[in-house]
Design a binder for this molecule. Structure first.
Ligand code: GLC
Length: 605
């Protein structure tokens, strides 16, 4: 029943472990996909692509596969530290990026995520998230040879390359979309086309909106298609029809292809939206999880060195399923957007309890998966994702706070579009949101930024820096002068890297967080961050414990005043010292500075 449909013969170009991996994982592929596609010709077609990709996998990547089969926890290791940037804004081109790698190494980076770099559509491409060719690099950034060379350089330094897989949609200028517009029925079936307006209205009644102001609704009338094309995001981003097995096969072939160029992690962009079913909100449907599960199993066969990361910026209960479980694994990693958002909420309100609550809930993840923990990224901060944790009126206040609309607010952010009645999201660079103003006294902003990054680096998973935060780079208000960006406020926090900006204290702090993490067994992601009870709502406390007894307690003081706290209940017996300032700490009298941060470990003696 579940036999692989092709004979592998004695093909010397195939990896010796391939047959075993097929035996182990192909049944999972079928278990996930047969309920979607039935039994059929697609199985042979998929198998043929798989064998082809396995044959083309370069020797050095096969060696990496073997290492990771032997040590599957590689992405959970304490030394993992991420960095995310736009190639053009970081170093102009891929070749330019190769000459900036010392900068990453100095920060302790082991995971590099350049935002979309494949050939996008012309003009506005949603920051590259409208891909016109999945097998070509954006010519402005370089070539596929450059990408392979970058991947190899990174690998040589022990840095894993993470690439975006924009799997929910293509650009409307992608050859599949062009063929569909030209009337080819096979390619029309790559997309969702709804012919009459009444059917659109019936679907819309159940759907949310991602960009209600700049791209209202979820459909775009396209005359050449004689109907309305499903476009969850911008009208030029056409949602793919995963009910068609040909779409599944083409997209997994893209994964294989990019894995063979040297990508080690794939960020599954907009993962919750993949499957559509009328009468639902089409977010995180069970069929979407089946698709992701099948991708996981197929990569485990062809490129076991590769990890999947879910981009699902929704409530934690909808994110957790993307990590699957022991029997049915999905992604290795997912963004812990709840912790990130609650971190900013704590900074505004001085109340760290919702953050502790999010950490408690995040304990439900599988022990062999990990979080991508972060302070900022290229998108807005979506307060609605905390809807289950913080009341809406409070979230609205926080949104106002970061837009500088609350008296006494330190923040310099802007609101971003949200659905009618929903709390507006927030745009802005971390430094600006933390109150940094160039030329002013930034001691408090620096402490806040350090607090956010220090907590993030103490959490379980890969802590990822967002480009420029290591130099407290502020907002780029000039984005509004660029007609391609003016309408999308997220460009406020996508500045060009300023290499002349002094590194300053935050750079040193972040490099130190990375260095302190890498030597500690407790910082392995198998050891989750467990919140500890405190009497003070402004005090976040959690610990990380390894089986060998190594333990770190992280304290975050979400308050601008200094105080001395008696934490004997929390810390118990023994002598402690703070790894960050190297000083001894007595549990009965722990000094907590304004926006203070401590990484405490026990000393003998
Ligand atoms: C993801 C990206 C975002 C983009 C959207 C559509 O959410 O992070 O920047 O606009 O997908 O591709």
């Amino acid at each position: 029943m579940s036999a692989f449909p092709l004979a592998l013969s004695d093909d010397a170009s195939l990896d010796t472990g391939l047959a075993d991996r097929i035996d182990r994982h192909w049944p999972h592929v079928l278990a996930a996909l047969r309920p979607l596609y039935g039994q059929g010709a697609w199985e042979r077609l998929l198998a043929a692509r798989l064998v082809d990709a396995a044959r083309q996998r370069p020797a050095d990547l096969r060696a990496l596969d073997q290492q990771r089969v032997d040590a599957p926890d590689w992405f959970q290791r304490p030394e993992m530290v991420g960095y995310c940037t736009y190639i053009d804004r970081f170093a102009g081109t891929l070749a330019g990026t190769r000459s900036r790698l010392d900068e990453l190494t100095r920060l302790g980076v082991t995971y590099f995520h350049p935002l979309p770099l494949l050939r996008p559509c012309e003009g506005d491409s949603d920051g590259g998230f409208a891909v016109a060719d999945f097998r070509q690099v954006d010519p402005k950034l370089g070539t596929m040879d450059d990408l392979r060379a970058l991947a190899a350089d990174l690998r040589g330094r022990g840095i894993s390359l993470c690439l975006d897989i924009v799997c929910n949609h293509t650009a409307d200028s992608h050859p599949w979309a062009l063929a569909a517009k030209a009337g080819d029925p096979a390619f029309r079936d790559f997309y969702h086309v709804v012919e009459n307006a009444a059917d659109v209205a019936a679907l819309e009644a159940h759907l949310g909106q991602v960009f209600p102001q700049t791209a209202p609704g979820n459909f775009t009338f396209v005359p050449e298609m004689g109907g309305h094309v499903w476009t969850t995001f911008y009208p030029f981003q056409w949602d793919l029809n995963y009910a068609n097995p040909a779409v599944f096969i083409e997209m997994v072939d893209v994964l294989f292809y990019l894995a063979n160029q040297g990508a080690e992690v794939f960020r599954l962009d907009s993962a919750p939206f993949l499957w559509k079913r009328a009468g639902t909100d089409c977010r995180g449907l069970p069929e979407t999880h089946q698709v992701v599960r099948a991708w996981r199993a197929l990569l485990a066969i062809v490129a076991p060195a590769v990890a999947l990361k879910a981009e699902a910026i929704v409530g934690l209960d909808e994110v957790l399923p993307f990590l699957g479980d022991a029997e049915r694994p999905e992604c290795h990693l997912a963004y812990n957007n709840s912790a990130m958002t609650a971190l900013w909420a704590a900074l505004a309100t001085g109340d760290a309890r919702p953050l502790a609550h999010c950490l408690e809930d995040a304990l439900a993840r599988p022990a062999d998966a990990g979080w991508l923990t972060y302070v900022r990224c290229h998108d807005d901060i979506i307060w609605a994702a905390l809807g289950g944790v913080i009341p809406k009126e409070r979230l609205a206040w926080i949104s106002d706070f970061y837009a500088g609309k609350v008296p006494g607010s330190f923040a310099d952010g802007r609101v971003f579009q949200a659905e009618p009645g929903a709390v507006p999201s927030t745009n802005g660079m971390a430094a600006s949101l933390a109150g940094w103003r160039d030329g002013a006294d930034n001691a408090a902003a620096l402490a806040r930024l350090r607090l956010l990054y220090g907590v993030t680096f103490a959490l379980d998973g890969i802590p990822a820096l967002y480009m420029g935060d290591e130099r407290a780079l502020t907002n780029d208000a000039d984005y509004a002068a660029d007609p391609e960006h003016a309408l999308d406020g997220r460009w406020l926090h996508r500045p060009v890297m300023d290499w002349n900006r002094p590194e300053g204290a935050i750079h040193a702090d972040i490099a130190r967080f990375a260095q302190l993490r890498r030597d500690r067994a407790c910082m392995h992601a198998a050891n989750p961050a467990r919140p500890l009870k405190t009497d003070d709502p402004a005090l976040l406390a959690f610990d990380r414990r390894a089986a060998d007894g190594d333990r770190l307690v992280c304290l975050g003081h979400f308050n601008g005043d200094a105080r001395i706290a008696d934490l004997s209940d929390l810390l118990g017996e023994g002598h402690w010292h703070d790894l960050l300032d190297g000083k001894a700490v007595t549990a009965q009298a722990v000094p907590l500075g304004p926006w203070g941060l401590r990484w405490l470990v026990k000393t003998n003696g």
